[in-house]
Design a protein around this ligand. Structure first.
Ligand code: CU
Length: 175
């Protein structure tokens, strides 16, 4: 199973646990609800509101914590025949989803697609005017030269899955 999917499931598990805890408060507070008492009618829902708000904040906090900690590590390219080469596995997303190369030198990305999801059958590198089909269980080679340092996205055809190419300024004159 893909690493990020496992991570996401673990994250959802945590969220679910928190959500259940927050909701469990609600029926207990509702028991003491009086249909005639104006004050109680106002105060009971307030307690529920606070519970829901606290629960919601906890969810947001957990989600932030999760996404910050699970931030994928960028992978450096390897020089092969003068090209900065990286193999990217396409399986429930891109792995690695962050790659690092130097500006002004040829880059070769080798996309190997294992995921039958039609969502991933195309990869786009809009900044380099590249759109390529990725056949199942094959490696598709994409060559380009990033002239300027910066961060460039590669995405699936529908922009649902994303990866980033971090182009660093080259600090020597060797090509
Ligand atoms: Cu897609």
């Amino acid at each position: 199973m893909n690493q990020r999917v496992v991570g996401l499931l673990a994250g959802l598990g945590l969220l679910w646990g928190t959500a259940s805890g927050a909701l469990a408060l609600t029926p207990h507070e509702m028991e003491h609800h009086s249909p005639t008492g104006q004050f109680e009618q106002v105060e009971q829902p307030l307690g529920v509101k606070i519970g829901v708000t606290v629960g919601g904040l906890a969810l947001i906090g957990l989600e932030l914590w999760w996404f910050l900690l699970s931030k994928p590590k960028a992978q450096q390219s390897r020089l092969e025949a003068g090209r900065q080469t990286l193999t990217i596995e396409v399986d429930g997303g891109y792995s690695p989803s962050q790659v690092v190369v130097k500006a002004g030198r040829p880059v070769r990305l080798r996309f190997h697609r294992k995921d039958p999801n039609s969502c991933l059958e195309q990869v786009l590198l809009p900044d380099f005017h590249i759109a390529a089909d990725l056949p199942m269980n094959q490696t598709r080679t994409i060559d380009f030269i990033p002239e300027q340092p910066g961060e460039y996205f590669f995405t699936c055809g529908m922009n649902m899955f994303r990866g980033v190419i971090k182009v660093e300024a080259s600090n020597d004159n060797v090509v």
